[in-house]
Design a protein around this ligand. Sequence first.
Ligand code: FAD
Length: 196
Amino acid sequence: MSEAYDVEVRLLAVTPNPETVIESAGRLCWDTMDKTGTVPDRIQRWLEIGHESMIEHASATFFIRGSRAMTHELVRHRIASYSQRSQRYVREKDVSYVYPPEVEKSEVAVKVYRDAMDAAWEAYGKLLVAGMKPEIARYVLPNACYTEIICTWNFRELRHLIRLRTSPRALPEIRAVASRLLEIMKEQAPQVFEDM
Ligand SMILES: Cc1cc2nc3c(=O)[nH]c(=O)nc-3n(C[C@H](O)[C@H](O)[C@H](O)COP(=O)(O)OP(=O)(O)OC[C@H]3O[C@@H](n4cnc5c(N)ncnc54)[C@H](O)[C@@H]3O)c2cc1C
């Protein structure tokens, strides 16, 4: 179900050679840096015993597009850097909102949802015409409104976020985002994310 959400998650940047950087940091502690790269599961074994701080030396930056409801939850993760499209300075010219697949299950819900979105954007447009700045008119826009955000997390925070947000208890849309983050990170740094 969560995979059906129309979200975009794109990797913009990642620490070069992240596994080497992380293993070097861990090995520095025991003066075995010369053995870096000789034990394939070295990082996983450190993670198993809770020796996690060395994975903070690598980070990744993502472009994410989804609803404001979803990004509101994302930015609760505090060990991070965020830059989000402004609704104060940027006009929401297009009617652009996330359509939860769950709504499709009910004809009544489909109609209520679409009517609510149309009404919100109509009110937004009328407030702009009435001379309101976007920062005031936006008060009538819904949580479903699409937004764009660039997020930078270190690998420790990424593991924490992915663990919490891929849980069946998490919001389906953020599960779709977290699942995609995990797919990308398994490609970028399998030695750090392979157990997830
Ligand atoms: C299923 C689910 C339901 C939720 N429901 C609600 C809800 O109803 N209402 C609500 O308000 N929130 C809710 N949340 C959000 C949740 O409470 C956290 O704010 C969010 O998941 C961020 O995670 P975090 O606090 O562990 O850590 P992050 O901000 O990601 O930080 C990572 C870790 O750093 C440490 N840390 C960070 N800051 C501090 C600090 N100030 N002091 C001590 N340690 C710190 C902690 O160990 C923390 O786990 C929900 C989250 C989930 C996954």
